[in-house]
Design a protein around this ligand. Structure first.
Ligand code: PLP
Length: 419
């Protein structure tokens, strides 16, 4: 293969076979990549993006054309009325929190129809923690419709579950669970079921990890608001921080007044020179996502060939960039993550160890060597050391680097005698 990394003959052969086995899936990914690139490029052209849009603003940031036009570009890409894309969102959780507080009022109720939401939102909703100003403390109720035992949405019970709800909340990605992500085909069905049972509800989709994985976004199949993080897919590995909210104009406006101040809204917020990287990241996003999905598909094929349970399985339609591999024991998780770390461009010499992460009832091991702190569009892997002893991996800014990371993970397990 090359003389830069030392691989066992067995790994080299396996990688070669795996890449051949991925051919059809890679062709489909490239087709989506081309489509999404055209979509993004068209939005840039339509909005006459020029160098002047990258001009930094300071202070209040009144009349920042680059900022305001980027909102229009994102709305065009997501096929919706309006968007708010800002470096000021400190994380995906912050953007989702802004959206929920933006549209919900005391005595309203929110219903999540995809089971328990992503961990970081438990504090926002008020499932955990007290005294921090959760939705619960503001008198906003929460209910959820659990997923079926196989991890899919309980379609039959959606109509009853969404009665009386102001917000119907849907999480597209599997997050760090073994449930499947929602494909856009499934998303359309789920949204239609909620909409017909409660036409007044605002349908909010946590779109984290899903952007550009398929040709459409939830806003194009009926969602009123979608939200995501710029250190994941839509930042293209280039945006250093930030998030977005997109969807119906009326709701995006409500969120803008929550992001800054009621009555002030989106007119303020200087950009300090970050605008160029947000534009460039968005332009690069279809490419970064295609590389990440190829890396995930390569890992799925390689580890399933070795006899491990993988989800999504080879050939399965994907709704996000995450790949879970059930390795079966702690030693394998550790060796896997240490191999992934060796394939990182930053901190490749570091050996990750399991640690007692706050909020987890078991130790967790994480591999990440990213240009942007915590960026999971860059190759990374996380594994709690507990049943079912699965590792969740995602990202890979370029496919060859992601592939090398996966091969190094297998090599690391081989060297420990546990492949
Ligand atoms: C990443 C993510 C979030 C937001 O998490 P942050 O770490 O705050 O950006 C929310 N939901 C899902 C499904 C996610 O993957």
């Amino acid at each position: 293969m090359n003389s830069f990394f030392t691989f066992d003959e067995k790994i080299l052969n396996l990688a070669q076979q795996t890449q051949l086995a991925c051919k059809d899936e890679f062709e489909k990914i490239d087709e989506i990549f081309e489509y999404n690139t055209a979509k993004v490029l068209n939005a840039f052209a339509k909005n006459h993006i020029s160098e002047s849009h990258f001009t930094p603003s300071t202070g209040y940031g009144y009349g920042d054309r680059g900022r305001d036009t980027l909102d229009l570009v994102l709305a065009d890409i997501f096929g919706c009325e309006d968007a708010l894309i800002r470096h000021n969102f400190v994380s995906g959780t912050h953007a989702i929190t802004t959206a929920l507080f933006g549209v919900l009022r005391p005595n309203d109720e929110m219903v999540c129809i995809t089971g328990t939401p992503y961990d970081t939102l438990h504090g926002t909703i008020g499932l955990t923690g007290e005294g921090y100003g959760s939705l619960k403390e503001f008198g906003i109720g929460y209910r959820q419709l659990d997923l079926l035992p196989d991890g899919t949405v309980d379609m039959e019970n959606i109509p009853a579950a969404v009665q009386g709800a102001k917000v119907v909340y849907i999480q597209r990605s599997r997050g760090y669970t073994l449930r499947p992500s929602l494909t856009m085909e499934k998303m359309e069905e789920v949204i239609a079921a909620a909409r017909s049972a409660n036409p007044e509800a605002i349908i909010v989709v946590d779109n984290c990890y899903g952007e550009f994985v398929q040709k459409t976004e939830p806003t194009q199949v009926g969602a009123d608001l979608i939200i995501g993080s710029l250190i994941k897919n839509p930042g293209g590995g280039i945006a250093p921080t930030g998030g977005y909210i997109a969807g119906k104009h009326k709701y995006v406006e409500m969120c803008a007044h929550r992001l800054t101040s009621p009555g002030v809204g989106r007119e303020v917020g200087c950009t300090l020179g970050h605008t160029r990287s947000l534009y460039m990241g968005l332009f690069n996003a279809p490419s970064a996502v295609a590389s990440a999905v190829k890396t995930a598909v390569f890992a799925a094929n390689l580890f399933s060939h070795l006899g491990y349970g993988v989800t999504p399985a080879p050939g399965e339609v994907r709704g996000d960039i995450i790949q879970a591999v059930k390795l079966g024991c702690a030693e394998k998780l550790i060796a896997f993550c240490q191999g992934i770390q060796k394939g990182s461009p930053v901190d490749s010499f570091v050996k990750p160890e399991p640690w007692d992460m706050p909020g987890y009832d078991s130790q967790v091991i994480m591999a990440a060597g990213a240009f942007t702190g915590g960026a999971s569009i860059e190759l990374s892997a996380d594994a709690p050391l507990r049943e079912p002893f699965a590792v969740w991996m995602q990202g890979g800014l370029t496919y060859p680097s992601g592939k090398l990371g996966v091969m190094l993970a297998a090599q690391s397990m081989l060297e420990e005698g546990i492949l």
